[in-house]
Design a protein. Structure first.
Length: 188
């Protein structure tokens, strides 16, 4: 029997969860996975030639990927080096430092973050007001707030477009340094 059908049958019979079935199906297609449940204060992700989705939920670090994935751990800091395609889930309470050398990222964030974008595009959905630092060299950054941003925005723009509507000021701080590209912020 085909391996995929075995997985689907186990799911149908209730022997595995939908999440387990998804992981097994990815493994069958050659994708790899990484999982670690630890207290991670800061997750630092370095992307080089990558297309990745980053989600902030739960209490563990998990990745499904096709490509290069390397993890280093230091006191309260986890450093991930990633090339290829995939999805990375980081713990809800972790601060994210994202370094994009070349690639595209789609993110769903609930905590403070920093993005250093040399060349690529970032599409960010923010769940609640956060502190953020965005340094964009070449590429586009689109931020969508699902809440009232309640932040003070500081923008330094050299060459490119910055579109930020007026928001109610709050206790959070968002600093944007844009060299060449566009930065768009909106509230959904």
């Amino acid at each position: 029997m085909d391996e995929r059908l075995k997985v689907l049958r186990m799911l149908e019979e209730g022997k595995i969860t939908a999440e387990d079935a998804e992981r097994l199906l990815r493994a069958i297609h050659g994708e790899k996975a990484y999982s670690s449940k630890e207290n991670l204060d800061t997750v630092e992700i370095h992307l080089k030639a990558a297309n990745v989705r980053i989600v902030q939920k739960g209490d563990k670090l998990h990745a499904d990927y096709d490509g290069y994935f390397h993890v280093e751990k230091r006191e309260g800091l986890t450093i991930i080096k990633f090339s290829g395609d995939g999805e990375i889930t980081i713990p809800e309470e972790s601060i994210l430092d994202l370094h994009i050398k070349a690639g595209n990222v789609v993110m769903n964030i609930k905590q403070d973050f920093r993005i250093y974008n040399k060349m690529g595009n970032a599409e960010i959905t923010i769940e609640k007001p956060v502190n953020a630092e965005i340094k964009n060299r070449l590429g586009n950054v689109e931020i969508t707030y699902k809440c009232e941003p309640s932040a003070e925005f500081e923008v330094r723009n050299n060459l490119g477009n910055v579109d930020i509507p007026e928001f109610k000021k709050g206790d959070k701080r968002v600093m944007i340094e844009n060299k060449l590209g566009s930065v768009t912020i909106e509230r959904r």
